[in-house]
Design a protein around this ligand. Sequence first.
Ligand SMILES: [Zn+2]
Ligand SMILES: [Zn+2]
Length: 211
Amino acid sequence: MTDDPSAPAPESAGPAEAAEPELAPYLIEEARSSRSRCRTCRKKIEKGKLRLGIVLEGPYGSGYIWHHLNCAAKRRLEDVEAAYAQPAFDEGLKVPSIEKLRGLQEKAEKERAERKELPYVEKAPTGRSKCKHCGEGIEQDSFRVVLGREVEFGSQVRTGPINVHAKCVVDELDAEDCATEVEGFAEALHAHSGLDAATVDAALVEIGPLD
Ligand SMILES: [Zn+2]
Ligand SMILES: [Zn+2]
């Protein structure tokens, strides 16, 4: 990066600036080519798919940053609402109703809430799970701690969740492929578990001293 990449271009910077008409803040349209990429999911927007453009004012003029309309609804519904209020699309364009897009957002929100961050602790809902550290079963209603373990997928290393006994946590945290850190462990367990503080503290007592 240079010192000030965002410095505005001088007033006389090139003929393109003067010739370009001002862009509306939002534009919903069918993608005119397959060249744009969705800023939300990072995938290509196929030609003909509905996309939402959000204007970006740059030093060399303005342009649209594109999102799949559905992706935008899931991550930035306020922009979609604003685009619909204008409306930012041609009368003839077939677009989903705003109610439908709000529904997408609600569903995505719920899924995000359910995807808990690691590590967390829970009471084992059944007696069927096994501790990934010692291989023994985890009793129903006993504390089950979910830690991260590094798993290789081809050439990639990803973190996957593993269940362990409370009493096995300390040893598992020492394991080389453990992706959960000792530092901040107690705080993280409180923050992610969605349980009352006393229950998490009881789990921490069972886990034992971490260092
Ligand atoms: Zn997308
Ligand atoms: Zn165990």
